[in-house]
Write a protein that binds this ligand. Structure first.
Ligand SMILES: C[S@@+](CC[C@H](N)C(=O)[O-])C[C@H]1O[C@@H](n2cnc3c(N)ncnc32)[C@H](O)[C@@H]1O
Length: 331
């Protein structure tokens, strides 16, 4: 199967994200720094930079291959856009290291990008054969194959149920243990074929969908990273700055809802919508992937005692551009 390097990732809920992070009315013209913590191919960042002339965007992603694409796409915006490699769990540190101003907006569009899914060599797809990898950050040591070939039956079944909501997790785990005694799993097609053999091929979605989702979430520690990303936003955002989180399935949405509700109770966040926003009919028609997307947003409230300065790390690095108010501010 050939790679499809030209495939595009269409940003979901684009207009909603621009109004949430940019202020809803003309009288609230945004100016300052926005962090796009899931830069991907730069779709949301480009929309933000086009719509909000007074903002700069620090776009971050853990995937170096995707970052290269984003850098090219964002070149026309000059120094209003800066792209850096980082996981959510390293973001607060990165912002201090770059001596950034406190951001006025923070976007997380979590999950996998179509660009990652469409490249068989990345191993996310049950539809196209590739190495059973699934690492968004190639620096992570453990691949999906490591999990499938080494975990015991009970742990595999629990993972498929917990992270994929797969109700046939036990027969699938038993079949994996039996098959790997003959030949260890190396390729996505071998795992997808085994799942079809075990549970049949009926249904609207591919029978491997849930197991592949569970493995991807485990390989990339997606549950812990989502919390770490929201913690970093709480740590870094300016008073009145807005966090917007887009999720694609109900389990993740529930985590975001609970996190923000708890923060609102503690007086750190003001919720901007109770139920979150989902895609309009027109958007779903033009981009069916948006059907399951939901964005939740909240405004960071800093109490009088909290520092207004993000602080900086002592660093011996040279050549770092200041991305604070003196650096890169072009209308
Ligand atoms: C759905 S895509 C974002 C697409 C982007 N909003 C756009 O419009 O092009 C999600 C991106 O987030 C990145 N990502 C997911 N989890 C991450 C994490 N914990 N740290 C850093 N990047 C992450 C993925 O590598 C992927 O490129």
């Amino acid at each position: 199967m050939r790679e499809k390097p030209s495939s595009v990732h269409i940003p979901v809920l684009g207009q909603e994200v621009v109004s949430l992070l940019g202020g809803r009315s003309d009288s609230l013209k945004a100016s300052g720094l926005i962090v796009d913590a899931t830069l991907g191919a730069g779709g949301h960042t480009a929309l933000l930079l086009e719509a909000l002339a007074g903002v700069r965007v620090l776009g971050t992603d853990q995937d170096p291959e995707i970052l290269d694409l984003a850098r090219k796409r964002l070149e026309p915006f000059g120094d209003r856009a800066r792209c850096e490699r980082a996981r959510f769990s390293n973001l607060a540190r990165l912002l201090r290291k770059l001596r950034c101003d406190r951001p006025i907006g923070w976007l997380m569009d979590v999950g996998v990008s179509s660009l990652q899914l469409d490249r068989p060599s990345r191993g996310f797809s049950f539809q196209a054969d590739g190495p059973l990898d699934m690492r968004m950050d190639p620096a992570r040591e453990r691949t999906a194959a490591d999990i499938v070939n080494t975990w015991n039956e009970e742990d595999l079944a629990d993972l498929f149920f917990r992270e994929g909501d797969e109700h046939r997790s036990r027969p699938i785990a038993a079949a994996i243990i039996k098959a790997r005694q003959r030949v260890p799993f190396k390729r996505t097609a071998a795992l997808a074929d085994l799942i079809v053999e075990t549970v049949g091929s009926g249904g609207r979605t591919h029978p491997g969908t849930k197991v592949f989702q569970a493995l991807r979430r485990e390989v990339n520690a997606e549950g812990d990273e989502l919390i770490a990303g929201m913690d970093a936003a709480a740590d870094c955002l300016a008073h009145g700055g807005v966090l917007a989180v887009i999720t694609f399935h109900s389990g993740e949405d529930a985590v975001v809802k609970q996190y923000l509700a708890q923060g609102a109770k503690e007086g750190c966040w003001e919720l901007l919508s109770k139920k979150g926003l989902s895609a309009s009919r027109e958007e779903i028609r033009s981009n069916p992937r948006s059907r399951s997307a939901r964005v939740r947003a909240a405004r960071r409230i800093r109490s009088d005692g909290e520092s207004t300065d993000l602080g900086s790390l002592e660093t011996t690095d040279t050549g770092e551009t200041n991305f604070g108010s003196q650096g890169g501010q072009k209308p």
